[in-house]
Design a protein around this ligand. Structure first.
Ligand SMILES: [Zn+2]
Length: 395
């Protein structure tokens, strides 16, 4: 028997402490790459609330572990945030953790520290009520998600050899179940020409003129991209144009454009590159996928998990058990670490989190305090429901 009432009550009883902890970690600035301080605070809290094991990996992500059963479940939420942008545009200090009229404010409140705090307290609840079962639960409070989706989890999965059977991504979803999102690729196209004095342009070949028709074709391509439900239509945009040319009276011999390509299902990296090459019109322009410093390509695949997948069904069941109604199943408007776990590794992945995604990355970011306890109870109960449903289905 699942002690549903007890779980709901325990989650509610954490309210004050949980809000306090969330405000505290909002007050520790953690832009991508500078997560050391917040990671230490999170590791300390994981130990305090009773996680069986806690360690920090080489990259700086904190990993907590509960139980040692057969089903391996990984919960992930990232501790880094985007920059605050123009400080003057905020109506309060983004690094204070202001709490007023039922909302907690600050950079990272919604994306993604509310999820970090709720998952952590979900772990606490599992330990306090003894909800452990035939599962091992890992919680990765991961770093650098905002600049390199998947990097932290690839370290955990490849280097630390923690191979989850299922992944739950904690990102703001208004407490709905997330089952996928579009992918993205960052690309560059370069044209070459021949430089000469701008007073006699006929002697050279202007690389910018070589690029112009390609840009027009890309603009037209964006209108032609086909939708694939439930993710909808892909998108392509030229986001920057540059030349190495340093002189304003020389015809440039090079030109580069940068592209942000959002992909729907079926729009793989190979297909995207092929499609762009077909726009080059016989010119010798070069198309390339941009890379991170460590050599990883800036490619994050689109993904979707079937609505009737056992993981999603367990999510629905958990929701119904706790809240007495059916959840909404939604796609996310942004990219997450799920691009790596599901898009690249094929590990069944689902999402769930407190907070409204529309406040992610926004000025005056906030999260509703009433979202937190339901999230805690969901994170605590979900592994048990998944375990039971696996037994029932004989998986
Ligand atoms: Zn996020």
């Amino acid at each position: 028997m699942i002690p549903t009432e007890k779980i709901i009550r325990a989650a509610q009883s954490y309210r004050k402490e949980l809000i306090g902890f969330l405000r505290e970690i909002i007050a520790i600035p953690s832009p991508s790459g500078e997560e050391e301080r917040i990671a230490k605070r999170i590791a300390r809290e994981m130990k305090r609330v009773g996680f069986d094991e806690v360690f920090t990996d080489k990259l700086g992500s904190v990993v907590g572990k509960i139980g040692k059963g057969r089903i391996k479940i990984l919960y992930d939420a990232h501790v880094d945030t985007v920059d605050i942008g123009d400080r003057n545009k905020w109506s309060f200090d983004p690094y204070k953790g202001k709490y007023e009229k039922g909302f907690i404010y600050g950079r990272g409140a919604c994306d993604d520290k509310g999820c970090v705090a709720s998952i952590l307290y979900g772990g606490r609840l599992i330990k306090e009520l003894g909800l452990e079962g035939d599962y091992t639960l890992y919680f990765t409070a991961s770093v650098r998600e905002e600049i390199h989706e998947g990097l932290a989890l690839s370290q955990i999965i490849e280097k630390r050899k923690i191979r989850p059977d299922y992944v739950l991504i904690g990102e703001p979803s208004n407490l709905n179940i997330g089952y996928g999102h579009k992918g993205r690729i960052e690309l560059k196209i370069t044209t070459k020409g021949k430089s000469c004095h701008a007073a006699t342009p006929e002697r050279g070949k202007n690389a910018i003129y070589g690029m112009a028709p390609i840009i027009s074709r890309i603009e037209r391509l964006n209108k032609k991209l086909k939708a694939k439900e439930p993710l909808g239509k892909g998108m392509i945009a030229v986001t920057k144009i540059e030349t190495e040319n340093t002189s304003l009276n020389t015809v440039p011999d090079d030109c580069a454009i940068y592209l942000d390509r959002r992909t729907t299902l079926g729009e793989t990296k190979g297909r995207v590159i092929k499609e762009l090459k077909s726009l080059l019109g016989g010119s010798r322009a070069k198309v390339e996928v941009l890379k991170h410093e460590n050599g990883d390509e800036r490619y994050y695949p689109a993904w979707i998990l079937k609505e009737d997948h056992p993981l999603i069904l367990a999510g629905i069941e958990t929701y119904k058990t706790l809240f007495g109604k059916k959840p909404k199943i939604k796609t996310w408007p942004f990219c997450t670490n799920g691009s790596y776990t599901m898009g690249m590794k094929g590990i069944p992945t689902m999402g769930f989190g407190p907070g409204d995604p529309k406040y992610a990355h926004s000025i005056d970011e906030k999260i509703e305090a009433d979202d937190l306890a339901p999230a805690v109870s969901f994170y605590a109960l979900f592994p048990s429901i998944l375990e039971i449903s696996k037994k029932v289905r004989n998986l």
